[in-house]
Design a protein around this ligand. Structure first.
Ligand SMILES: O=C(O)CCC(=O)C(=O)O
Ligand SMILES: [Fe+2]
Length: 489
């Protein structure tokens, strides 16, 4: 889930309200994804969302412990308090995250019984696929979130990824600092606790960022090339760290590879659930989607005054987030219709799947980007989570809206066919599910593009995926931007 974590002095952009209208077929055909330029900042806007929180058997409890939040079920909740949630935003000319900060925090006590657990087996089986797609559509219209089980990633792999991450965070600080995110133009590496903000409030977590393992583009020139071209590049793997943790690099790389496979499959299901062809997003995303893997540690704290929130309320900006969390709990999602917070509790052997703002926008608001947050962790146990943010190739121009989208609550999915089941188009290089990232994404050479601050949104042509991703990461990690993007080296 991502990712709207800006330092206090950084203005936070929000989704630009662009009137919903159908655009030309060339701009809405996913396959016609085109090369793009980058964004511009513009005026500011303020949105206010009012959220009602629920008190528990212990009424009006302010946020105190994760355990409290998780221990209460919806059957004994009463609405007693309200919280005002405010978005302060400076608006760039393309959609990005609405950051949300709760000004009155109460423990959300609604359980997550509303969030469905879907099985990918049901999608793979033609007999159960219509039911799966119906459930997926319903979940995404109502909440924007579901759990996925039977996802094909083994428990050995997920447990191994968690262990790898825990081992990393347990390294001496000096070792972790060798991988500081500020060392990397590509926004990869380690971020100290207390250096990340969501809507002016410090998040209480340390984190690690990874992306596709690629070579940097030799043609990239800061302040001349579009900024997003600087995102392509290698991860940080300091030799001494690898000597201490030999399984670290292979495990992270393999986990990302498997998450990419899963995300493609989920996007195929999302396309079908929207009444589109199974190819729809695959054609848009190309064979080289841009993704980010984040590993976060939320240390358990004793003093509530030390930190009030693990991660402030926000929507993820991209298309799809697949999140692995441990069993500690603390993640909450907001029910869009009511503003109620519910605990998105850990469910063993599942990932949480959440839509981001790009999906919300492309579906004209039919599918929700869920506002979510992580409560301050006072459970006595450190919490770890690993979200994976999945977006199209950086040089993709994304159509503003899917054309002729059927907005009915229910569609007939009896004939929904997956990519393998569809007849292959002539010359189609069908990749199946064993996708790997490539090392040779060729971006446009951009002597003409004088800076990143060019418009990423064109109401007819759609928006720049790379510019949107760059805006998000640059806002979260301004130290990287200041060092690597503001002057020629
Ligand atoms: O740690 C979590 O469970 C959620 C993190 C999150 O939402 C984010 O980093 O965008
Ligand atoms: Fe998030």
């Amino acid at each position: 889930m991502f990712e709207n974590h800006a330092p206090a002095d950084i203005v936070i952009p929000t989704f630009v309200e662009i009137p919903i209208k159908s655009t030309s077929s060339s701009s809405t055909t996913a396959a016609s994804a085109s090369r793009i330029t980058t964004p511009t900042y513009s005026s500011s806007s303020t949105t206010t969302i009012t959220a009602t929180t629920l008190s528990s058997e212990t009424p009006s409890t302010t946020i105190t412990t994760i355990a409290n939040a998780a221990a209460v079920t919806s059957s004994n909740t009463t609405a007693t308090a309200s919280a005002t949630t405010t978005t302060n935003a400076t608006t760039p000319t393309y959609p990005t995250t609405a950051a949300v900060t709760t000004t009155t925090e109460k423990v959300a006590t609604k359980a997550n019984e509303k969030v469905k657990v879907l099985s990918l087996h049901d999608f793979n089986n033609p007999a159960t696929r219509p039911r799966f797609l119906t459930d997926m559509r319903e979940s995404l219209i109502e909440l924007g979130t579901f759990y996925i089980k039977d996802h094909g990633i083994t428990t050995e792999m997920t447990a191994g990824a968690m262990k790898t991450v825990q081992d990393y965070f347990a390294l001496p600080l000096e070792e972790k600092k060798k991988m500081l995110i500020g060392n990397s133009r590509h926004f990869r590496g380690y971020k100290l606790i207390g250096e990340e903000f969501t809507n002016n409030q410090v998040d209480h977590r340390e984190q690690l960022q990874f992306g596709p393992e690629q070579s940097a583009l030799p043609s990239f020139v800061p302040s001349q090339s579009p900024d997003y071209q600087g995102l392509q590049g290698p991860n940080q793997w300091p030799t001494s760290t690898l000597a201490l943790l030999p399984a670290f690099q292979p495990h992270i790389l393999e986990f990302m590879r498997q998450l990419e496979t899963l995300s493609h499959r989920l996007m195929e299901a999302v396309a079908l659930s929207l009444g589109q062809s199974a190819h729809y997003f695959r054609d848009l995303f190309s064979e080289t989607p841009y993704y980010r893997l984040k590993a976060a540690k939320y240390p358990s704290v004793k003093n509530t005054k030390a930190a009030t929130i693990g991660c402030g309320a926000h929507k993820d900006t991209g298309f799809l987030t697949v999140l692995l969390q441990d069993m500690v709990g603390g993640l909450q999602g907001q029910i869009p219709a009511t503003g109620e917070w519910m605990d998105t509790r850990p469910v063993p052997e599942t990932f949480i799947v959440t839509m981001g703002e790009a999906m919300e926008r492309m579906t004209g608001g039919l599918y929700q980007a869920t506002v979510h947050r992580v409560l301050n962790n006072m459970s006595g146990q450190d919490r770890y989570s690993i979200p994976y943010f999945f977006d199209p190739a950086l040089d993709t121009r994304v159509p503003n809206q899917i054309e002729n989208l059927d907005r009915s609550a229910h569609l007939d999915f009896s004939n929904a066919q997956t990519r393998e089941e569809l007849p292959k188009a002539d010359g189609e290089n069908f990749c199946g599910l064993g996708i790997t990232t490539q090392d040779d994404v060729s971006f446009p050479t951009t002597a003409s593009a004088s800076s990143s601050r060019q418009s990423a949104v064109d109401e007819k042509e759609g928006w720049s995926s790379g510019a949107l991703v760059f805006e998000t990461v640059h806002r979260c990690h301004p130290e990287v931007y200041a060092r690597w993007y503001t002057r020629e080296e």
